[in-house]
Design a protein around this ligand. Structure first.
Ligand code: THG
Length: 368
């Protein structure tokens, strides 16, 4: 058996032991932490997310805290999206970019207090990035990792379950908004969010020693909703068109190419990192766009991929397939295509797979 060797570089989540007890069979690495990727029955996990409710250890969505008098100023310098009207308790999805307008992360930004913001990050080092910009701009903001670990409750029955645990006020929470709460003596933030399109919440556990308690409490109340273990679900997230930073993006991807243009506010002024580059890219028009690809032959492999696969149209390379999965709903092999603007939804392409060239049709995202 091949295993991953322990190291102080690769952290376990406060919910690690609970997922082991729930039968986790595989992990990936994300932000130097273990992220569960399966509990042994992918199809059951998929339908549980679509029809019921599942509990996900997503502590790998690590928090980068900005605190101090200039916290909002630094957050806005880092964000090419207007955060000036955010209220305490509000979250926003942010396409973080470097000076060239290249996407370097796509966190959720949470306004914790007037002088405190958290980036809930995807898989790249926002901590060092925020420290570097903070120092260059001499803003004197304190940057740290707070004791906070997200646990997601996803699926159509999540709202009833979370309302039973926390009270019916959670039904009025708007998307990405959150509130501090205590479940028994367990301090959490309750947020309406999560990396699926099936609805749900995230509990940010605020005391890492209470991971097992929180997990058990949710499972206990979740019994009558038939809750079961899950994790960010490849089939569902691809069907739903959710971006995976680092998987579906490379070192030259800008937000406009991957359907994040609506989250960029080009009218902003001030010296915001990447903004002038983004204005230029927008003026010139991005060269690529992100579409779906549906393989025509049902017998092609639907295994996840380690590397992007070349896509051809009329003999010319036009871009890449950036992920691949079986769609339980469409009953076909699907993936995202990051391709030249010269090719469009409705057209046929050839994809260079490990089984040779396979035919696929391009479609608009989301699939479902
Ligand atoms: N929850 C929290 N932190 C996170 C994620 C999360 N950090 C990393 C990663 N996920 C960031 N990526 C995303 C991608 C998509 C969404 C959220 C985080 C998302 N998008 C919706 C969509 O695209 O339709 C809604 C966007 C909107 O309308 O504002 O939910 O999951 N804590």
């Amino acid at each position: 058996m091949i295993t991953i060797s322990p190291s102080a570089r690769t952290l376990r989540s406060p919910f690690y032991q609970s997922t082991v007890e729930d039968g986790v069979v595989s992990f990936t690495l994300y932000n130097s932490m273990f992220l569960p990727t399966g509990f042994g029955d992918p199809e059951a996990e998929y339908w549980r997310l679509k029809n019921g409710v599942s509990i996900w250890d997503v502590a790998v969505q690590r928090q980068v805290q900005l605190k101090g008098r200039n916290a909002e100023k630094l957050a806005q310098i880092l964000c090419p999206r207007d955060i000036s009207k955010m209220q305490i308790g509000q979250g926003k999805y942010i396409p973080l970019c470097n000076h060239s307008g290249i996407l370097i992360n796509d966190p959720v930004l949470l306004k914790i207090d007037e002088d405190c913001f958290w980036f809930s990050i995807a898989d790249s080092d926002v901590w060092s990035w925020a420290r570097a910009i903070n120092n260059e701009r001499q803003l004197d903001v304190e940057i740290s990792e707070p004791d906070a670990a997200p646990l997601a409750i996803q699926g159509p029955k999540a709202e009833d379950l979370v309302a039973e645990i926390c009270g019916s006020w959670v039904r009025d929470l708007k998307y990405f908004w959150f509130k501090p709460f205590k479940i028994d003596e367990i301090p959490v933030l309750v947020a309406r969010s999560g990396y699926s399109k099936q609805g749900g919440f995230e509990f940010y556990l605020l005391n890492k020693n209470l991971g097992k308690k929180l997990y058990n409490r949710i499972k206990e109340v979740g019994q009558k909703y038939d809750i079961g273990p899950g994790c960010p679900n490849l089939s569902e997230r691809v069907e739903s068109g959710l971006l995976s930073f680092g998987g579906d993006t490379d070192h030259s991807t800008n937000p406009f190419e991957v359907r994040l243009g609506d989250f960029v506010d080009l009218h902003l002024d001030g010296d915001i990192v990447g903004l002038s580059a983004l204005k230029k890219i927008h003026e010139q028009g991005p060269k690529r766009h992100q579409l779906g690809a549906i393989f025509k032959n049902k017998d092609v492999s639907n295994l996840p991929i380690f590397e992007w696969m070349e896509i051809y149209h009329q003999g010319e390379p036009v871009g890449s397939l950036t992920n691949r999965t079986w769609s339980f709903q469409l009953e076909k092999t699907i993936g995202f295509a990051l391709v030249s603007k010269k090719v469009h939804a409705g057209e046929s392409v050839l994809i260079e797979t490990e089984q040779g060239m396979k035919e696929a049709e391009l479609v608009d995202l989301p699939f479902v």
